[in-house]
Design a protein around this ligand. Sequence first.
Ligand SMILES: Nc1ncnc2c1ncn2[C@@H]1O[C@H](COP(=O)(O)OP(=O)(O)OP(=O)(O)O)[C@@H](O)[C@H]1O
Length: 216
Amino acid sequence: MTESSPARARALFYAHDRKEVLSGVDIDLPAGRVTAIVGANGAGKTTLVELLAGVRSPQSGEVLLDAPVALVVQRPDAPAMLPITAREVVALGAASPVARSRTSGRRVREALERVGAESLADAPFARLSGGQRQRVLIAQGLAVGAGVLILDEPAAGLDERSRARARAILREEADRGVAVACVTHDAADIEAADRVVTLRDGVATLTREASFPVKP
Ligand SMILES: Nc1ncnc2c1ncn2[C@@H]1O[C@H](COP(=O)(O)OP(=O)(O)OP(=O)(O)O)[C@@H](O)[C@H]1O
């Protein structure tokens, strides 16, 4: 089966300071599929998704994008320094040039509802718990409405119910044709993914491809 992959990377090299982390990574993120990106601590998963999302530029190799990318970051403490509400954090996603501004109010509401955080909309982001912040950041990624959605450890800090909800949301996005990628250490996330890409020794290997999407 040929699948279109709106996000691809070829022969990516990246070193932090002089330490080489990625040594020729090839990866495809197919539309309509959930790809789990796995690997040991320090394997370079965050570095890879930052390259795919354009947060960093590769030192050699290329990232090929046919659709905008939304990245849900791993550090929920970052925007906690800003005096803004949960709704405003999500609105930053809806205000992205990718999102259609005319519908941004509705997009923000829908995104908060999908992660079960509508009651947190007016709370200062800094006062939320780690898990609540994580849900709001997932909502921010949803509000972008991008063709590629990449999440860096979305399950971190979430309780089991919220993890299951996050998995179901990723499946819904894939069913809408979005190319979804999820950095994870969570066994249930890996089981629920269609494809698993393992990063080890600076290279990426596709280690499993399910024939059919696995419903959570
Ligand atoms: N800004 C930075 N400056 C220097 N070294 C860094 C920087 N960011 C990451 N590294 C190093 O690069 C390597 C890969 O880090 P990265 O965060 O990409 O790994 P990871 O697979 O996401 O790890 P984890 O599972 O622990 O989140 C690690 O050895 C890390 O210490």
